[in-house]
Design a protein around this ligand. Structure first.
Ligand code: COA
Length: 316
């Protein structure tokens, strides 16, 4: 079905392997188009409860955007390329179903950005991270200036981007860029699947709300404080019939996210431009917490706890 991606769905875990090993899985137009399609599949396929993104071959997760496609681009074409990449990666970051990056070898440029757009990262000891765009007279364009800063802090992020140096797995772990280092390279996918299997047993609606609230805290697509310029047109309802692209802003807040329960900001906090509908993470947490009480899963979770049995969540 895909030409540049391999996919596998088993035990409700969808594994996506970027498959251009001879080019170190560099993200060319074909890969980016298919990544956009595969994200749609994650959103819309009810059998998928979580996903893994990884790279084919021994040498790389992804060694960046495909540099061979950069030559001759105009300023406008360059901006459009970044907008498209940011949009796809934003939809990964905004996915209501957890997406993990399983990283071996090089995760450079767009590869590091792809990994950072995922909800968390596991890597093998041979992983090497970096944003070397400055070597090409460029900057990261698929969200890297924002997400690297969110993950490792401003001082480290700027130094890594300005020096274009590679960050080894151990340092990446220490600075919070990856959650786990897997000692045995051939166990990387197994360990990632084990972690997702644990998560897949939890309540899906609560999972989606946690991701949403954490993304607000991280500043992903948060309006006045948004370092991205993106038109995020994707519904984020994992269990209500799947995601649909929409250009309607009626059901969205100022940041392109779907409004839930009216979406009004009860915090009284205003943005720097004096607006009153800043998507405040605390206010959204209050709403989302309340929404969880309206789910069957919450009733099941509490009942199971009190009955000293394991809960069985259905996503309702
Ligand atoms: N875009 C396009 N092609 C890429 C690529 C990229 N980002 N990264 C690697 N490749 C290709 C190489 O051109 C080479 O293709 P070829 O065999 O047809 O010549 C192949 O992948 C293998 O890479 P190679 O450079 O020969 O391997 P290496 O071990 O000598 O070096 C890297 C590995 C990762 C250090 C090096 O490939 C590199 O610096 N890549 C670019 C990283 C980058 O700047 N990424 C950000 C892009 S914005």
């Amino acid at each position: 079905m895909y030409k540049t991606l391999l996919t596998d769905l088993s035990d409700n875990i969808f594994t996506i392997t970027i498959n251009r090993p001879d080019k170190l899985n560099a993200l060319n137009k074909a890969v980016m188009d298919e990544l956009g399609q595969v994200v749609d599949e994650i959103y819309s396929n009810k059998d998928i409860r979580s996903a893994i993104i990884t790279g084919a071959g021994q040498r790389a997760f992804v060694a960046g955007a495909d540099i061979s496609e950069f030559q001759g681009l105009t300023k406008e074409e360059g901006q459009a390329l970044a907008a498209k990449g940011q949009d796809i990666f934003m939809r990964i970051a905004s996915s209501p179903k957890p997406i993990a990056a399983a990283i071996h070898g090089f995760a450079l440029g767009g590869g590091c950005e792809l990994a950072m757009a995922c909800h968390f990262r596991l890597c093998s000891q041979d992983a090497k991270f970096g944003q070397p765009e400055v070597n090409l007279g460029l900057i990261p364009g698929y969200g890297g200036t924002q997400r690297l800063t969110q993950l490792v802090g401003r001082g480290r992020a700027i130094e890594i981007m300005l020096s274009a140096r590679m960050v080894e797995a151990t340092e990446a772990h220490v600075m919070g860029l990856v959650n786990y280092i897997v000692e045995e390279p051939n166990e990387l996918l197994t360990k990632t699947r084990e972690l997702l299997s644990i998560i897949n047993e939890k309540a899906p609606i609560a999972i989606a709300r946690i991701i949403e609230c954490a993304n607000i805290a991280a500043g992903d697509g948060t309006g006045a404080r948004n370092g991205f310029s993106t038109d995020d047109n994707w519904e984020a309802d994992p269990f209500g019939g799947g995601a649909t692209p929409t250009h309607s802003s009626a059901a969205r807040d100022a940041h392109g996210n779907v409004r839930h329960g009216g979406g009004s900001d009860t915090s009284g906090i205003t943005d720097s431009e004096g607006g009153s509908n800043v998507r405040n993470g605390f206010a959204r947490e209050q709403e989302a917490f309340g929404e969880c009480f309206a789910t069957e899963d919450m009733k099941e979770g509490a009942a199971a706890f009190l009955a000293k049995r394991k809960p069985k969540f259905t996503g309702q």
